[in-house]
Design a protein around this ligand. Structure first.
Ligand SMILES: [Zn+2]
Ligand SMILES: [Zn+2]
Length: 117
């Protein structure tokens, strides 16, 4: 069963959120773990790449983090168990979806911006 699931993932998977078919190969990543269109992932790993988690719930992209080398990572939070993970972006991730995610706190500030003077 584990083998079957691993084999299927090598051929890609359907997005847990938007159902888009996601090919396994992507420029700039060896280990595709999220949908390039809506950026959702799925909780399949306990440790990165091991595919051993029994959770299998969707992981919502909640933030973008910039690493010291300038590379972006998406912070995913599991809708089933709350697990947090950071994942490198892939070369074909939707740029507008990434920007919308990065700008989300700016779109709903937690304090009045007109007091910043
Ligand atoms: Zn998707
Ligand atoms: Zn989970």
């Amino acid at each position: 069963m584990t083998t079957k699931r691993a084999a299927r993932r090598e051929d890609g998977f359907s997005c847990v959120r938007c159902r888009a078919p996601v090919p396994a190969a992507a420029w700039g990543t060896k280990n595709r773990n999220h949908c390039p269109r809506c950026l959702w992932s799925r909780h399949v790993d306990d440790e990165i790449g091991d595919r051993r988690s029994a959770c299998a719930q969707g992981m919502e992209p909640i933030a973008v983090a910039a690493r010291p080398d300038g590379e972006w990572a998406i912070i995913h939070r599991c809708t089933g168990c709350g697990h947090l993970r950071s994942n490198r972006i892939a070369g074909d991730d939707d740029e507008r979806a990434l920007l919308a995610l990065a700008l989300r706190p700016m779109a709903s500030p937690a304090f009045p911006l007109d007091e910043l003077r």
